[in-house]
Design a protein around this ligand. Sequence first.
Ligand code: ADE
Ligand code: ZN
Length: 330
Amino acid sequence: MPAKPLPKAELHLHIEGTLEPELAFALAERNGVALPYATTAELRSAYSFTDLQSFLDLYYALMAVLRTEDDFAELADAYLTRAAAQGVRHAEIFFDPQAHTARGVPIGTVIEGLARALDDSERRYGIGTRLIMCFLRDESADSALETFEAARPYLHRICAVGLDSAEVGNPPSKFREVFRRAAEAGLHRVAHAGEEGPAEYITEALDVLGVERIDHGLRCLEDPALVERLARERVPLTVCPLSNVRLRCVDRLADHPLRAMLEAGLLVTVNSDDPSYFGGYVDDNFTAIRDALRLDDETLRLLAANSFHAAFLDDRTRRDYLAEVAAHTF
Ligand code: ADE
Ligand code: ZN
């Protein structure tokens, strides 16, 4: 019998990035949306990216198939089914409301659809869940504020706000006010920073937006004083190895700085980002980075424990998950 996957929390996962070609075609047919690809194989062959923007172009285009509450519930159910098989016990899930409201899909349709699947997740899949609402940093600060205000009736469903999309030229400070409002409303805060953008964006995300975790954060390595600060303050970095290679932030998995990050004392977690596009879900990321960097079992256990330390959990639930990690046999 194959070994059970290591129990883990997934903290960096865009639900729209779990849209598999088969579901995209099924939803396109159901909703009468024309796709510029004849087959799932033809669509898959378009998954060859040169940088973040080349991926984002396809990622946003394919979202055209997501229209109804049922579509969003089905998308989340499909993810949770796969996540359960990958040992995920807790998932903090990003969504991009502006990518849907810009197409005329009401924000309530998105949130209620996702929440329907998430509400049943503990019972059906054994996975605790949270929702993280991301703002598109290549849209205006006003658009982020309008989105936050439109989401107010649904804030009880949302655990945190985040910041994603095209990083370079869109610094965290652009979103100071919306993050201030989110903090005032009692939400946690995270942000993508240091994926393609410079190390200064990581510092800005911490100091201006007050974020509690950094998504990606790879480029912190260019600033030794920042590395020292991140380690000292135990700021989690949600690293996504397969994504980093597919988007050419790192040439080959064997060159990935994850081991160097751990050796620098950083609180690193392993995640999948957009698994349908990048060749694997979270346990696939664990396996790929283990093989490429020859990580031993105790390092894998540390990465899994880090995922629960970095999660937005109450102390008792965190302790229970950490006990599961400690009891895991490889
Ligand atoms: N949106 C979805 N995936 C993303 C990534 N890797 N970076 C920035 N924005 C994203
Ligand atoms: Zn991401």
